[in-house]
Design a protein around this ligand. Structure first.
Ligand code: SF4
Length: 181
């Protein structure tokens, strides 16, 4: 069974196919400009002197800080567009920390939008996380990935050539038979 990570959950919430491909170590183009942009943005928004990254098996948190004795972990994102996926990722990290006896508060930070969002591992968050983990585990046990589906994320996805080749990932899907009548 491939290792469950917060990043994998993030992708699962956006595209099941991408999560499957990553879980099976079919890696995308590392030179993809969108991957680079993400790395650059994270470093520029929070200069190295103030950054405290945290790595544990299955998790790499962008920032770890303490505020008035409270542990705060934060994920830095390019935009709030995929906030549901980012929340899931952070919930996973909060739960992992809790398993290690660390009770932390989570924050999603969107430096380009000058926004922050607090994330708590509350009852609803735990239930959402549990369901997502079960669904993800079921997905990655499948022998093949789900077929590609055109979604807005395809435009910036490092797998877009793999999924769509020369096709425009945003081309309108072929009309269904019943639509042609
Ligand atoms: S290109 Fe689109 S369908 Fe393919 S993995 Fe990326 S988001 Fe999913």
């Amino acid at each position: 069974m491939p290792k469950l990570t917060g990043t994998l959950l993030w992708y699962w919430a956006i595209c099941k196919r991408e999560a499957w491909l990553l879980a099976h170590e079919i890696t995308p183009d590392e030179d993809d400009p969108y991957l680079e942009l993400g790395r650059f943005l994270s470093k520029r928004a929070y200069p190295r002197s103030k950054r405290r990254e945290l790595s544990l098996p299955g998790m790499k948190v962008d920032l770890l800080e303490t505020e008035a004795g409270e542990v705060v972990i934060a994920e830095v994102k390019k935009s709030s567009r995929f906030v549901a996926a980012a929340r899931l990722q952070l919930l996973f990290y909060l739960q992992r920390l809790e398993e290690h006896g660390v009770y932390a508060r989570g924050e999603l930070r969107f430096p380009k939008e000058r926004k922050r969002l607090e994330i708590e591992l509350d009852v609803e968050g735990r239930a959402r996380l549990k369901q997502a983990i079960e669904d993800l585990q079921e997905l990655i046990q499948e022998p093949l990935p789900p077929p590609p589906q055109r979604i807005p994320f395809c435009r910036r996805c490092a797998y877009r050539d793999f999924c769509w080749g020369d096709l425009d990932p945003h081309a309108a899907p072929a009309p269904k038979k019943e639509d042609r009548a």
